[in-house]
Each structure stands twice: as structure tokens, then as C-alpha cells.
Write a protein that binds this ligand. Structure first.
Ligand SMILES: *[C@@H]1O[C@H](CO)[C@@H](O)[C@H](O)[C@H]1NC(C)=O
Ligand SMILES: *[C@@H]1O[C@H](CO)[C@@H](O)[C@H](O)[C@H]1NC(C)=O
Ligand SMILES: *[C@@H]1O[C@H](CO)[C@@H](O)[C@H](O)[C@H]1NC(C)=O
Ligand SMILES: *[C@@H]1O[C@H](CO)[C@@H](O)[C@H](O)[C@H]1NC(C)=O
Ligand SMILES: *[C@@H]1O[C@H](CO)[C@@H](O)[C@H](O)[C@H]1NC(C)=O
Length: 714
């Protein structure tokens, strides 16, 4: 009996605590929301409130948190719901719509409106007609999925392998329509855009400025496309219902001259019949997980913003729209919800080309794989084709190999991997870049402040600390010294460095040396036993108390390990001013480094076709624009360079600001890109080749020995 009571007490305490537990509201931090969060979340922290805030950095993070029950409710956009619907992983339910206009069922609906004198009676009649389109560039409420739904439905998809997917779509439209005005960029890659505009001129022919076809055209945009039709320029237009009706009303245009063209091929009178929208854009929604949905439903149903201050704070955090409760029986999964919206789900399904145009992205860890899967989802609902697939390998080296073997198409390479990647036949598509000059990574020859050393030549005969063989510091030193010394520099890089320094620590050489005696021992004699780490701090420590006179490291490493930043005993009392980088021009502090690097490169196999290269390049630019540093709307849906579930620098380094092919605007000498070019076009005889040669010699000896052996035994 006592035991039973105990159980009952424990259960009721548990359920009391459970019911008392606050509903966790997932909020996305950002420039538009931080003020609201700062003002309202503290009001939710009060004891009487039933809700508390959980802060993340993008909406997909909130979606995952609600799905994984780390949070209980959040606000999502319709595209986010489409991504959630196709991932099927999460049990989430839609509870409310956030309506800006309470009486409107959807944010907006799109129609195909035509002029009765155009001779259109049926979908087939659209062929050869003049088409008015508002433009393709993504905006808060406009995505490629919405922009292309009409064309994708009425025009047969082309998959010419000699054209990029974008060109295929444009070419098909150019063939289908007699003329059109499709102003503004067709792709984020401006060079490709101009090329397409000049190749498929009829798609700009009825714009106000056909030669420009820019976003500032009279017929660009929501109203522009309506005007293009109403001015008698075009025959059929892809426009929002509300925009067309409003424009016709204010301009006094006779609706009797226009009809709606419906998805099923029928037509309806604009004057007397209801419109037949092709696709609707739903409102943002509140979602909850299946575990907490009862509680969230009840809370949302009983909100009393007039009398309960924390209810007011909650509603302000939910964007302050009119909260429309969804009928409990109608609430459902994202898929259930979106199926009731005309066109939305079918517009999000594309028929793939054969052979597939899917871009295969190599990832080298579980967390990279998961982030890549969300990038894939984000691109499929917010972006244009082609789509992505994430190819998993177990290491970074294996990913480079996969790209070499064409088992994957691209991989994000770090600066210290660029030489190996190039040697494997990989080619850069874009640089991973930061615009902050202080985030540009530099490697310098760092010496003690009180030393008399002022240039690289004065290092001859001294002791050097490297981070490893063929690392950025090694490569820069070899390339620069070779250029400065001309024929005095031994073509075999290890021999040259071995001759130049009396002693060095090049981590990694010793382990490989006992296998075969290729590396002169003075290249690792300075390494401390058991402390052979190929990292920056070890190289700095080698300078501090390992007997080195110079360390080839980033100036940041000095900062991170001096002035009490590093608590280990060897770093005690070190000051940043105890060290100095060697400068190339004596009085120029901006010349005090060996080389500077970008944050990395996105690389592909050098043998891929120019079409494929262009396709991958424009897809990367599109991703950068959609999911990069700047975003459309109140909060970012997905941040490509942001942290993933609290992990920083997954796939792209966290300092990344842009993907770009050109970095010539950076006015710094000795870029690592140049050094790599130098080492690739004019390779130092590397020990790898020498190793090969030695192995070959060894093998020949084995064969000779085994022959002798056989002969002797006979
Ligand atoms: C693609 O181009 C190649 C060479 O330019 C040509 O041989 C081939 O027929 C083209 N393929 C198509 C589908 O046009
Ligand atoms: C997107 O990629 C998947 C493979 O990951 C493929 O099965 C699917 O058909 C692709 N969709 C399109 C439109 O290419
Ligand atoms: C590129 O093609 C050439 C010639 O077919 C081949 O020898 C080379 O290995 C290929 N390179 C890569 C990285 O696949
Ligand atoms: C080699 O040195 C010359 C002048 O000293 C310079 O113009 C050139 O850019 C250098 N080349 C490399 C690869 O550093
Ligand atoms: C990601 O972050 C979590 C918690 O912040 C941590 O436990 C985990 O080790 C991290 N994973 C990686 C791969 O960094």
C-alpha cells in the first residue's frame, strides 16, 4: 500500500511538473527580430507566464527543434512547411495561420489572365502568343517555384545536355512564346544572364526597353506585368488576382475584354465569374510538435492579449499579425495543410532530367551530411533547379578522392588542402571569402622581437619551426625563396630547406622517414620527442622554448597564446610584443607576412564540361544569394554559413561572407593562390616523386634479389 501511494505521489508530482513546464517558443534571432526578442522574451520569463523563449539563428533550426521536441512552437513560412513535408522526419502540426489581412484566405493567388482579342480559347492556344511575366528574381514572397509554375506546366521540359538547366528553360520558353517581356535577371550569374538575354531576344522583345530587359523596366514586377497586358502589349499575363483587379478598377479598364485561363484548360469571364487561381501562397503558420499540440492549441485558443500581459508578449513575438485559429479538425501535418492550398505542392515537384542534373556534394562527417540535407531541402523550396544530393565519405581526403574519381562533383576545400587538391586534378569554381580584411588568414615568418633578423635571407643557418611538410607556411617559404634565390635554390624542396636551415622541426617527416631514408634528419631534429603535432600552437611553442629562431605561423597564433590567453605553463608571461613577423618592406607594416589565403575554395573535377561548370557556378551563386549573409524577409530560413545545431564552421568556415570567383579586388601581395599557381606550373621536385623513385629502386632490388634467390635455390 505504501508503495502504491509512493507511486501515485511520484506520478502526480511528475505530471504537476510536466504541466507546469513552460511551452518553449522557438524564436529566430536577426536584425529584424532582436528588438522584439529583447523586449518581449523577458516578459515571458516571469513566473506567471506559461511560455519561454528558445533562441536560434534560422527557421530551419526552429523546425528541427520543434520536430525533435527541444522546443514546442514556432513560426514557419509556407516554403519551410514544404521542406518539412518532404522530409517526413518530424511529427509536427500546424495550429494557426498568421494573417496580415484577416479576411484573406491566402497571402495571394496567381492567375493567367488574357485578352479576349488574342484568340486564346484553350491552354494550347498560348503557343506563339505574347507573354507578360513579372520577373524571376527571388524576393520575400516570390520564389522560382511560383515564378515558373505556368511555364513549367504548359511547356514541355527540355533536357539538352549541351545547355545548362536555366538555358534549357529559357530556350523552351523562347521557342514556345512568340514574344515576351521577362524583365530582370534570369540567373544570379550576371555573365550567363547577359549571354542568355542576347541569345533569346524574343523573351525581352515586348519590354519597354527590349535591349535592357532590366528590373527597372516599365513592365517589370507585379504591376508591371498587369500593365504589359492592359497596355495591349501582351496577350497573356502571370499576375496576382488582387493586383489585376485593383489595377483594372483604378484605371477604369473594361474587364469584359479579359478572361481567366484556368489550369484545367477552361476559361472564365473576368467580369462575371470567380477567378481560377493556378497557385496560392499561404500565410505563415504556427506549428507545434505532436506531443505538446493539445497545450499549444488550448493556449492559442484562450489568448487574452487585453488582460494578460504575457499573452500580449507572446503575440508580439509571433509577428503581431492577426492570429487565425485553424479549426482543430483541419489542423494537420505540413503535408495535410499544404495539400489544401491550390497548386502549392505540385509546383514544388519537378520532373528530373535524364541523365540526372543533380549536383553531388561531398560531405565528410555526419554533421556535414545533416547540414547538407537541409541545404538540399532549402534549395529545393526556395531556389531553382538543379537540386543537390549529399554524398558521404569518411574523411576529407576521401572526399577529394571521390571528386577525382567523379563519384562526387564538388567539395569545399580548405586553404591547406589546395595544393593537394590541385595535384589531384581538381579545379576551383569559387573562392570562399570574407570581406573583412581582419578575417583574411595570413602566414608569417615570426621571430623574437630582440633578434637582429629583418629579412628571410638572414634566416640562413638558423633553426626553423614549421607546421608540417607542404603546409601553407612551407609552400610559401619554398616558393618565395626559390623566386628570390634563382638557381641557387635546390630543385628538390626538402634538400633546399635542409641546406638552408641548420635544424628544423617539420612535423610528420620523422614518422615517414624510418620507412625510407628520404628526409634529411636535420628537418626533424628540432622536434621534441612525443610533441609532434602538426598544429600552429606547437610550431609557436617550438619558437618559444623549443630552440627555434623562426616559426612559420599565423600572426593570430601569437595573439592567441600570449598576454595570458594561453594558461599553460610554457606560455606564462609571454607578451605579444616579444615577437615580430618578418616584413618585406622595412617601414610598411602591411608587408609583414609571407602569404595570405582565402577561407577556402569550392572545387570540382577539372574534366567536367564547361556547361556543367557553369551550372554548378550559378547554383553556388544562387545559394550564396539565398542563404548567405543577407536574406529576404524578417528572418533567415537557412543560413549556409551559420552554425548548425550549435556547431560552427560546418561545410563552410563561420567567417564566410561570400562565394566569389574573383578576388582581384584584394590589394595584398603574395596571395596563396599565386603561390599554388607557381608550385603547380613550376613544381619543385617534391619528395613524393623522389619517394616513388626510391620505392621503385627498392622494388627493382627486391626483384633482383628474388631472382638471385630463385637461381641460388635451384
Ligand atoms: C551536343 O554537342 C555535341 C558537340 O558539340 C554534339 O555532337 C551533340 O550532338 C550535341 N547534343 C545535342 C543533344 O544537341
Ligand atoms: C533531386 O535529387 C534526387 C536524388 O537525390 C532525385 O531522385 C530527384 O529526382 C531529384 N529531383 C530533380 C527535380 O531533379
Ligand atoms: C581528366 O581526363 C584525362 C584524360 O582523359 C585523364 O588522364 C585525367 O586523369 C582526368 N583527370 C581527372 C582529375 O579525372
Ligand atoms: C618573383 O619575384 C618577382 C620580383 O622579385 C615578382 O615580380 C614575382 O611576382 C615573384 N613571383 C612569385 C611567384 O612570387
Ligand atoms: C556539435 O555541438 C554539440 C553541442 O554543442 C557537441 O556536443 C558536438 O560535439 C558538436 N559536434 C561537432 C561535430 O562539432
Amino acid at each position: 500500500m505504501a508503495r502504491l501511494t509512493g507511486v501515485i505521489i511520484i506520478t502526480s508530482v511528475y505530471s504537476y511538473a510536466y504541466n507546469k513546464r513552460k511551452v518553449r517558443l522557438c524564436m529566430v534571432s536577426g536584425k529584424h527580430t532582436d528588438n522584439r526578442i529583447k523586449k518581449n522574451c523577458p516578459m515571458l520569463d516571469k513566473p506567471e507566464s506559461g511560455v519561454k523563449c528558445v533562441i536560434t539563428n534560422d527557421r530551419f533550426d526552429c523546425l528541427r527543434k520543434v520536430g525533435e521536441e527541444l522546443s514546442d512552437l514556432t513560426v514557419l513560412g509556407p516554403e519551410d512547411l514544404a521542406a518539412a513535408a518532404s522530409s517526413r522526419e518530424f511529427n509536427i502540426l500546424v495550429t494557426n495561420e498568421l494573417k496580415f489581412f484577416p479576411e484573406e484566405k491566402y497571402q495571394y493567388q496567381i492567375i493567367a489572365l488574357f485578352r479576349t482579342t488574342s484568340g486564346i480559347q484553350d491552354l494550347r492556344d498560348v503557343r506563339g502568343k505574347k507573354f507578360c511575366h513579372p520577373g524571376y528574381e527571388s524576393a520575400i514572397d516570390w520564389t522560382p517555384v511560383l515564378a515558373t509554375y505556368f511555364e513549367n506546366t504548359i511547356i514541355e521540359k527540355e533536357c539538352d545536355p549541351n545547355k545548362t538547366l536555366i538555358e534549357n528553360r529559357v530556350a523552351a520558353a523562347s521557342k514556345f512564346f512568340g514574344a515576351a517581356c521577362m524583365p530582370g535577371p534570369w540567373t544570379t550569374d550576371t555573365n550567363l544572364d547577359s549571354k542568355l538575354k542576347s541569345r533569346y531576344r524574343n523573351l525581352c522583345a515586348i519590354c519597354d526597353n527590349p535591349a535592357g530587359c532590366y528590373s527597372d523596366d516599365k513592365y517589370h514586377g507585379r504591376i508591371g506585368a498587369v500593365m504589359c497586358l492592359a497596355d495591349g502589349i501582351g496577350d497573356v499575363a502571370w499576375v496576382r488576382i488582387a493586383d489585376a483587379q485593383e489595377y483594372f478598377r483604378t484605371q477604369g479598364i473594361n474587364k469584359g475584354d479579359y478572361r481567366y485561363l484556368c489550369y484545367d484548360g477552361t476559361t472564365r469571364s473576368m467580369q462575371t465569374e470567380e477567378p481560377c487561381p493556378w497557385i496560392a501562397k499561404p500565410w505563415p503558420v504556427v506549428v507545434t510538435n505532436s506531443n505538446q499540440n493539445e497545450k499549444v492549441f488550448n493556449l492559442m485558443m484562450t489568448l487574452d492579449t487585453q488582460n494578460v500581459p504575457w499573452h500580449g508578449a507572446l503575440v508580439r513575438l509571433l509577428e503581431n499579425y492577426h492570429l487565425a485559429q485553424i479549426n482543430r479538425d483541419d489542423s494537420g501535418t505540413p503535408g495535410d495543410y499544404l495539400r489544401r492550398v491550390p497548386g502549392f505542392l505540385s509546383a514544388n515537384t519537378h520532373t528530373p532530367c535524364k541523365p540526372s542534373r543533380t549536383i553531388q556534394w561531398c560531405v565528410s562527417s555526419n554533421v556535414e551530411q545533416r547540414k547538407c540535407m537541409w541545404l538540399r531541402q532549402a534549395l529545393s523550396v526556395y531556389g531553382d533547379e538543379p537540386n543537390l544530393s549529399c554524398i558521404a565519405r569518411t574523411s576529407r581526403m576521401a572526399c577529394m578522392e571521390a571528386v577525382t574519381q567523379q563519384e562526387a562533383e564538388l567539395f569545399v576545400i580548405r586553404p591547406d588542402e589546395e595544393l593537394v587538391a590541385k595535384q589531384k586534378g581538381l579545379k576551383r569554381v569559387v573562392h570562399v571569402f570574407t570581406n573583412k580584411i581582419e578575417d583574411v588568414n595570413k602566414v608569417a615568418a615570426v621571430v623574437r622581437r630582440d633578434s637582429k633578423i629583418n629579412n628571410l635571407e638572414q634566416l640562413r643557418g638558423l633553426k626553423a619551426c614549421f607546421t608540417g611538410y607542404q603546409t601553407i607556411g612551407w609552400n610559401a617559404f619554398v616558393s618565395i625563396m626559390r623566386n628570390m634565390s634563382g638557381s641557387n635554390w635546390d630543385p628538390l624542396d626538402i634538400k633546399a630547406v635542409s641546406n638552408f636551415f641548420k635544424e628544423s622541426c617539420v612535423p610528420g617527416l620523422k614518422e615517414n622517414s624510418f620507412k625510407i631514408h628520404t628526409f634529411p634528419s636535420n628537418l626533424y631534429s628540432l622536434c621534441k620527442e612525443g610533441a609532434e603535432y602538426k598544429d600552429e600552437t606547437s610550431a609557436f611553442r617550438c619558437l618559444v622554448n623549443g630552440g627555434g629562431d623562426v616559426a612559420f605561423i599565423s600572426p593570430d597564433t601569437v595573439k592567441k597564446n600570449t598576454g595570458n590567453q594561453n594558461q599553460q605553463t610554457w606560455a606564462h608571461g609571454l607578451k605579444g610584443s616579444d615577437f615580430k613577423p618578418i616584413c618585406f618592406k622595412e617601414s610598411d607594416p602591411d608587408s609583414c607576412f609571407l602569404t595570405w589565403t582565402t577561407l577556402g575554395s569550392v572545387m570540382v573535377n577539372q574534366n567536367i564540361s564547361s556547361i556543367r561548370f557553369e551550372e554548378i557556378y550559378s547554383t553556388l551563386l544562387e545559394m550564396d544569394q539565398l542563404f548567405g549573409k543577407t536574406y529576404n524577409g524578417q528572418t533567415p530560413a537557412f543560413l549556409l554559413y551559420g552554425s548548425y545545431d550549435g556547431n560552427h564552421s560546418i561545410i563552410f568556415p563561420k567567417q564566410t561572407q561570400h562565394l566569389q570567383s574573383d578576388i582581384s579586388h584584394v590589394h595584398l601581395d603574395r596571395s596563396y593562390v599565386q603561390i599554388i599557381e607557381d608550385l603547380i606550373t613550376n613544381p619543385p621536385q617534391s619528395s613524393a616523386r623522389k619517394l616513388h623513385f626510391d620505392l621503385l629502386q627498392l622494388c627493382l632490388m627486391c626483384i633482383v634479389l628474388s631472382i638471385i634467390n630463385r637461381v641460388m635455390n635451384q
